[in-house]
Design a protein around this ligand. Sequence first.
Ligand SMILES: Nc1ncnc2c1ncn2[C@@H]1O[C@H](COP(=O)(O)OP(=O)(O)OP(=O)(O)O)[C@@H](O)[C@H]1O
Ligand SMILES: [Mg+2]
Length: 624
Amino acid sequence: MELNTLLCTLWMETIGSAGDIQKRTQHKNIALTLGRNEFRDVVLKLEFPKRDMKFALKELTIFKKFVKEGKATIKIPDRNIQFLLSNCPPDKLIMFLKTMHTKLECHKQKPPVHDRKRLLSDRPKTFEDISPLTLKDLQTVHEMRAKNVENKSDMFTPKGKGKRKRENDEKENVLPQGVKMARKLVSTSCSPFKPVLNPVKLNKGQTSVLDAIISRKNVFFTGSAGTGKSFLLRRIIGALPPQHTYATASTGVAACHIGGITLHSFAGIGSGRADLQQCVELASRPLVIQQWKKCQHLIIDEISMVEGDFFDKLETVARVVKQNDLPFGGIQLILCGDFLQLPPVTKGSDKRKFCFQAKTWPKCVQLNMELTEVKRQSDNHFINILQNVRLGRCPDIVETTLRATAKHNIQKDGILATRLCTHKEDVDQINKYQMEKLNATSKVFLSTDNDTSYAKQIDSLCPVPHKLELRVGTQVMLAKNLEVHRGLVNGARGLVTGFEKGGEGLPIVKFLSGLEEVIKPARWTFKAAGAVYLTRRQIPLKLAWAISIHKSQGMTLDCVEITVSKVFESGQAYVALSRAKSLEGLRVLDFDRGCVRANPDVLKFYHKLDLTRRMLQTNIEEYS
Ligand SMILES: Nc1ncnc2c1ncn2[C@@H]1O[C@H](COP(=O)(O)OP(=O)(O)OP(=O)(O)O)[C@@H](O)[C@H]1O
Ligand SMILES: [Mg+2]
């Protein structure tokens, strides 16, 4: 599929002079293409099964509030028409809208072709695909915007006289039922348009995985900590149609990293311990079955923590509720994780069964792929140490290097290293102890949740608590990416230096980078079972003297301190150590060889995968 073509579901609406909808038609699987006609106008082409429609664009208004959910509205005022797009791969939709808007803005800079000239022209009608966005296009729009701002500031405008009425306020009634009015993104007549930032490029391995997924293969992709698995998953989510894609993870924290929900809340079969008949009944509840039926692509991150029996149960439930005998009811599976990290949580004496030991795993997974380039750390020596620990090996060099870190002084500007603990009680105790040492009054921030009856579920998904207590001197960690280019990223640590005077008294945090920032409330949205949307608005901070290894899974941290004496799981020490970005930012207080443990079943499984991969590779090479 071309870059400037977008497949979507489309509502086409004709708007009357009073702003009312005169006609509305729905079309599925419509291709929208951007191109140019014989006069170099920007043209939007809609390909219907029996005919095409083309619109040479002069003015354009785009509403993009739900763009991340694959929805947007394009209004063409001079044609009295608007298109409501849905079910578009979000990344593709964003790029499509940006291209359309930018190309049109650039075109407006050129001398217009007057109507008379158009009428008298004998040029044959043409349509050619538009060229991709270039840096020059973006610069042009950027400069125009700067000029617009200058001109506007010259004009006399009374300031601070209440809020300007939002243009969409009046148009609330023009959208179909169930679609809320979107915030306006851009109108080509005034352009608050952000230049496209170059997205970080996927490496070769990541691109191969993405390609396999686009070609509808059921893929399990693995790789050591920091090889960009979750990073890639976010791209995969952006490349799939949102109405039919469910992004899940085995734990709430991991789900939050990819903006998804837990696998359990998607499946709707509770713990999955009930017998099959009961599980099918649970999955057949109206709201639950609705999502099973809609689901065509199921993403599961941190698959290492999904229990094998649970996976088998899901596979059968999927076939029954979707009435489809294909593996997993024909749903495309995108499984991701590292089995050498945290294993499934088992209760009491239950024998642990990994997902790859599930009966249905071999028939569900068509391709095993591995990412090998570590992106979290850049020091090869440290990467080597971590690879050894991952495989359960502890040669002398590993022991001496990690023991030596005990002397690291990784305290900077009063910010202590975050202690990673095996047990939650230790986390609470350390945070409480440090908080009480601060001789300052507390300020409490309570979250606003959209549905308090789901409080427990929101707590399990959201990285910040309902009640956040802060004092001057509290060591905190950002729980959301705020402004990546300024270093305000998930996991950035700092100290509360004060609270804003007046208003909500928002906390001011000085980060390790030296940046001091007022932290405003942020909002988390989770899609829970039954297509319910849950939201929490809270200050995106959490206490950071200590966090559990469990909660640290998937994180990147600048300074970590670890004690290994209570390590009780295979992979636990590896998860903790591999959170650190560098050896200098790591302090292991009591390193002991005993903590370096890899599960033998996992090693065997990986060994087999590696052999298969090599065999396949040899075959391919021989073949070619
Ligand atoms: N192609 C890339 N280019 C640049 N940075 C990347 C790339 N892929 C991943 N990263 C960065 O590498 C770091 C680790 O990525 P990520 O958290 O996705 O790894 P992971 O494999 O999921 O690790 P874990 O197993 O610990 O969850 C992140 O900071 C991410 O932004
Ligand atoms: Mg990850």
